[in-house]
Design a protein around this ligand. Structure first.
Ligand SMILES: Cc1cc2nc3c(=O)[nH]c(=O)nc-3n(C[C@H](O)[C@H](O)[C@H](O)COP(=O)(O)OP(=O)(O)OC[C@H]3O[C@@H](n4cnc5c(N)ncnc54)[C@H](O)[C@@H]3O)c2cc1C
Length: 477
């Protein structure tokens, strides 16, 4: 019997697990996919919004401002990257009134240091924005993070503190029992628990419905992106937005935490919760939108992808008790990443007041070694590592300079990587310009050895996503 089951290993579920793992409680994190951050957390803009966009008094505003406040120290503690680069909403002729409204709303929401800039000031701090931009709302407190690294780091600390994690465990049934709930998964496994936290993203309505809460729905809104090569990462230093509309914050141009340039997202309501394709039309829209704000953006794409926003039927975050001892986080669309630390804080307070957790463990971990990559170390520091273990001297991914030692660590450390994409998300092998063309064969071999499976059974990103079908030369046994 578990004390708590958390359904969904996105940034919200992972941070809830981390926050609760310091208590004397048996916790299980259930994730439907092959890795953490398989939903919106794995495909978004990575912006820690300052908090001026959400309607004053809304849950989005409240949790965004608090989350953005907590984010820098949280990332430092978890060894996940955070950069305070500031954001700009640029305005063209006629947008001045909307900028002033955003400024006033931000002040009311409690966002600090906001400033309205004129044309000259704007072009001084961000010279590559369009010469047609006449003003801007400047939010110095905004930042950028690597969202999936944050979720992985949080789950890692939770697991180091004893939290269990099951990948490929899609929850399909929940039954009320005398002592709590019986949770059944698609793969036939089931688990008993006293308390459930529903963090299932786009499927949080389906999970709530399993205990009779049909008071809301969650629908997908697609957003397509283009990710540019690191050579373009310095095109702008701030996150550059345009004025928002009813469909979202518009197409942004921003450096990513890892030094690439990200363009997007589009905004399109769809019905299929798995519709992650990219389209020619969508990517054209992204490029056009990005060039409207920053005309010099080059089409030096290394990849494109789609994220699905979990749009709740109330227009706000939906945070409620779906049943006794059953806390639901639903409709956690943008600014959900920015809000996640505050949502986890809320979950901790709620479970404390419900008596689901009380006493802290005598000994627990709160920190994680920063994700220091070999490529970022000095020559002397690299030598120290290599002297202790020569695997840190053998480069496997040439684009990102990732070593065999780092890949091996990603396969062993909590939460362990079991697929090619899971390795990529932890250590960036395959994330560079050649997108894994050179390193994948070696990484596949290392995964096969670690899992004790044939080379052909190694997956890219979950069930059946095999990369090779068999050998073309030599021994076929
Ligand atoms: C295009 C786009 C851009 C965005 N940009 C930003 C931004 O810049 N800043 C910001 O603050 N926010 C942004 N967001 C919002 C942010 O990404 C989300 O709010 C956040 O990632 C939500 O995290 P989550 O854990 O609630 O959901 P998710 O990350 O979707 O995680 C839910 C998890 O639950 C799992 N799951 C689903 N069903 C089941 C089941 N039945 N059993 C077990 N597991 C299940 C899924 O596989 C998934 O891993 C953006 C979102 C999108 C899509």
């Amino acid at each position: 019997m578990y004390d708590i089951i958390i359904i969904g290993g996105g940034v919200v579920g992972a941070l809830c697990a981390e926050a609760l793992s310091k208590y004397d409680a048996k916790i299980l994190l259930l994730e439907a996919s092959y890795d953490l951050a398989a939903g919106a957390t794995g495909a978004n803009s990575g912006i820690v919004h300052a908090g001026f966009d959400a309607k004053t008094g809304s849950l989005k505003a409240k949790f965004n401002v608090r989350g953005a406040e907590l984010m820098p120290a949280l990332c430092k503690r978890l060894g996940a990257g955070y950069k305070n680069n500031g954001s700009l909403v640029i305005g063209f002729s006629g947008d001045e009134e909307q900028l002033a409204e955003l400024y006033a709303r931000g002040v009311e929401n409690g966002v600090k240091e906001l400033a309205l800039l004129g044309k000259e000031e704007l072009h001084k701090i961000e010279p590559n924005v369009s010469p047609d931009a006449v003003a801007a709302l400047y939010a110095p407190t905004a930042g950028i993070v690597c969202p999936y690294s944050l979720a992985i780091a949080a789950a890692g600390v939770a697991m180091d503190n004893g939290t269990e994690l099951e990948y490929n465990c899609r929850v399909t049934g929940i039954e009320k029992t005398e002592k709590g709930y019986k949770v059944g998964c698609e793969n036939g496994k089931f688990f008993e628990t006293k308390y459930i936290i529903n963090c299932a993203g786009l499927h949080s309505d389906d999970i709530a419905a399993l205990v009779g809460d049909t008071s809301f729905t969650v629908t997908p809104r697609r957003g397509e992106y283009i990710l540019l090569d690191r050579t373009q990462g310095g095109t702008v230093s701030h996150t550059v937005f345009v004025c928002p509309s009813a469909m979202g914050k518009g197409i942004l141009v921003s450096p990513t935490f890892d030094g690439n340039l990200i363009l997007g997202p589009t905004s399109e309501n769809v019905t299929d919760k798995e519709d992650k394709k990219t389209t020619y039309e969508g990517l054209q829209k992204v490029l056009e939108g990005a060039r409207r704000s920053v005309p010099g953006v080059r089409a030096a794409a290394i990849t494109s992808f789609t994220g699905l926003r979990a749009v709740g039927s109330t227009g706000d975050f939906i945070i409620r008790k779906s049943a006794d001892n059953f806390l639901t986080f639903a409709g956690i669309e943008s600014p959900g990443l920015s809000s996640a630390p505050a949502l986890a804080e809320y979950a901790e307070q709620t479970l404390l007041s419900d008596g689901a957790v009380s006493k802290k463990k005598d000994c627990y971990k709160t920190e994680r070694r920063p994700a220091k990559f070999m490529s970022e170390l000095s020559f002397d520091e690299k030598n120290e590592y290599i002297k202790k273990d020569p695997a840190y001297g053998r480069i496997v991914c040439r684009c990102e300079e990732v070593t065999e030692g780092e890949i091996r660590d990603a396969l062993i450390n909590n939460p362990p990587a079991k697929t090619l994409d899971a390795v990529k998300r932890r250590v960036r092998a395959g994330m560079g310009r050649c997108q894994g063309g050179f390193c994948s064969p070696v990484v596949i071999g290392m995964i096969a050895d670690r899992l004790g499976i044939p080379y052909e059974r190694v997956e890219k990103c979950g069930e059946g996503s095999y990369i090779t079908t068999g050998r073309t030369k030599g021994d076929v046994k």
